[in-house]
Ligand binder design. Structure first.
Ligand code: NAD
Ligand code: DAU
Length: 336
């Protein structure tokens, strides 16, 4: 099998490429990545070879996309602008990459009859109320209504709709997955967990938005990779699968677990202004994936996964340190 992996030099894409290399070494891959601020050739260090090739380019470039699609059996589409705070400052690149980019790939997949897997997010469903005895059992399911709250999630919702439309009307052999918050190695330091870890490592106080009561449902990115592989190879065409590991935690708890694991006092952080439109709670019901495809998360001890992630950032300072000052200056400019 030969795969086109878009966004394979980003966080989840690079972890997926590494997962496939390790578990399915006969698979050949072309990574198509624009190397935006979030993409990094170093994320594929030790993986690039005759078998895994990196093409630096834009998923909106129809000529290039067609050329690559003509060479592969399947496409796993990760490439996107992915950070909510950036979308609040400037949504335009999100429309380009997430909407036009997905459209461009779907047109090429249609032309060359390439199996297509679209990687999406639980944020397309908006948010859930914070858990009380009445609402704790509520989770997103594949039947949940699309109700995105942010510019980022609105563009991801639009891209999901394009996938549905191209599957139904043009017969594109597509599947779709909506996953909860990932953590693990190679995640850009703009995101909550790596930002917090690297702030502590760099002697800066980490920042907690609003009250810290917002809840995210954390999954280790290795489990996300395994789920995507299961859907790509055994999922039913036209279906949506939700991916999550049942690890709901509020942000204050995650902050305090990181501080504790790094030997810091529990209150060694700053509360800062809340994110506009901040989604309250995400929670995933992944039972369709577990029942149909037998997938189960392996990394179910969040504290252990967090310790591994902290160790990764401790031992990869050269990977993140050059960007630290600029990322924090950007946050400071927008008072977060
Ligand atoms: P990321 O920002 O770390 O990586 C995105 C990658 O896409 C980068 O390498 C970037 O260079 C590339 N890219 C962006 N625009 C491009 C373009 N126009 N052409 C080619 N390449 C382009 O993102 P991530 O966190 O790895 O997310 C990957 C995918 O997974 C996204 O589609 C995101 O919506 C989805 N997702 C993310 C999470 C999460 O928790 N991070 C959860 C669920 C779904
Ligand atoms: O749910 C899946 C989504 O998870 C993906 O689709 C997105 O691509 C991914 O970025 C992530 O979105 P979030 O907005 O949930 O992730 P982020 O890491 O930006 O923030 C996680 C939570 O932590 C959120 O409630 C905001 C809060 N936060 C974030 C930062 C950067 C803080 O409290 N402090 C911070 O410094």
């Amino acid at each position: 099998m030969k795969l086109l992996v878009t966004g394979g030099a980003g966080f989840i894409g690079a972890n997926f490429v590494r997962y496939v290399r390790q578990h399915h070494p006969a698979v050949r891959m072309i990574v198509l990545d624009k190397l935006t601020y979030a993409g990094n050739r170093a994320n594929l260090a030790g993986v690039l070879s005759d078998q895994v090739q990196l093409v630096v380019g834009d998923i909106c470039d129809a000529t290039l996309v067609e050329q690559l699609m003509a060479q592969v059996d399947a496409c796993v589409h990760f490439a996107a602008e992915s950070h909510n705070d950036n979308a609040l400052r400037d949504p335009q690149p999100f429309l380009e990459s997430n909407v036009i980019g997905t459209y461009t790939l779907l047109e090429a997949a249609r032309r060359y009859d390439v199996r297509f897997h679209h990687v999406s997010t639980d944020e397309v469903y908006g948010d859930l109320p914070l858990a009380t005895s009445d609402t704790a059992a509520r989770k997103f399911t594949p039947e949940s209504r699309y109700l995105p709250s942010s510019p980022y999630s609105a563009t991801k919702a639009a891209s999901d709709m394009l996938v549905h439309g191209w599957t139904r009307s043009f017969g594109v052999r597509a599947t779709l997955s909506n996953c909860s918050n990932n953590y693990g190695p190679y995640q850009h330091i703009e995101k909550f967990i790596p930002r917090t870890i690297t702030n502590i490592l760099a002697g800066r106080r980490p920042k907690l938005y609003g009250t810290g009561r917002n809840v995210r449902d954390w999954i280790n990115t290795a489990d996300h990779s395994a789920a995507i592989w299961a859907i790509l190879t055994r999922g039913r065409i036209g279906e949506t699968y939700l991916i999550g590991a049942n690890q709901e935690l509020d942000n204050l708890t995650v902050m305090q677990q990181i501080l504790e694991a790094m030997g810091q006092p529990h209150d060694a952080f700053d509360l800062v202004a809340d994110r506009p439109g901040h989604d309250r709670r995400y929670a995933i019901d992944a039972s369709k994936l577990t029942h149909e495809l037998g997938w189960h998360p392996q990394m179910t001890d969040f504290r252990a996964g967090l310790r591994q992630t902290i160790q990764w950032y401790q031992s990869h300072e050269a990977w993140w340190a050059p960007q630290k000052a600029a990322v924090e200056a950007e946050y400071a400019e927008h008072q977060q």
